[in-house]
Ligand binder design. Sequence first.
Ligand SMILES: Nc1ncnc2c1ncn2[C@@H]1O[C@H](COP(=O)(O)OP(=O)(O)OP(=O)(O)O)[C@@H](O)[C@H]1O
Length: 236
Amino acid sequence: MIEVKNVLKRFGKLLALDNLDLELKRGECVALIGPNGCGKTTLIKSILGMVLPDRGTITFNNINIRDNNEYRRHIGYMPQIGRYPENMSIGQVIDMIKHIRGEQATLDNELYELFEIEKLSGKKMSALSGGTTQKVSATLAFLFRPQVLILDEPTAGLDPVAADILKNKIIDAKNGGALVLITSHILSEMEDMVSDVVFMQEGKLLLHKDVDALKAETKQDTVARSIIHLLKSDAQ
Ligand SMILES: Nc1ncnc2c1ncn2[C@@H]1O[C@H](COP(=O)(O)OP(=O)(O)OP(=O)(O)O)[C@@H](O)[C@H]1O
């Protein structure tokens, strides 16, 4: 569904993505993990067309994304920090985005309802807490029932109840056949959600494995312990 081939991206002298290859398929929930600054957000933004790689190709359903903007309609994106027009209310932002998309298809209002956004819809974006902004971002990411969800630290700043609602929503999307790409530094949190793990370091892809293979190979019973096991054995 998404194929990243030999992608290289420099920011000045810094090599943020170093000849990266990655294939992502429908129905997978992929944990994209790695230390701060290893290139996770740069990779996500390259897939979204927000960062232009210096070299390499990215295809979405076999079409090079450079030749086609249309693919973006199929992706729901939840950024690490959502930025919205400060003077608009939540309700105005949601209406504006619905208007821009102009879609007739039935919307997925589940998060809107579970996060009780209606009650807050008159609040200005500038007055929102970080957690409420995250709830708005999550609601928008799922609203148009996208085939692909790209979620950058989705539960950061959410209270435990909201984080649980979002986790269940992610599991439902995966079970419904969507491709979910998710970054988080809290490995334990991804345990029930992910089917595959992609580990990056210094712009390179070090590992791409499904969780059962990963656990079997490392003889560990959780994703978190498997990754820690790998990191420790790498350091020795
Ligand atoms: N627009 C930019 N201009 C210059 N350098 C950048 C830019 N965006 C990212 N970088 C650099 O590229 C490297 C990779 O950054 P990136 O945000 O992709 O890392 P990350 O893995 O998402 O980190 P984190 O876990 O902290 O979110 C970092 O060294 C970062 O400082």
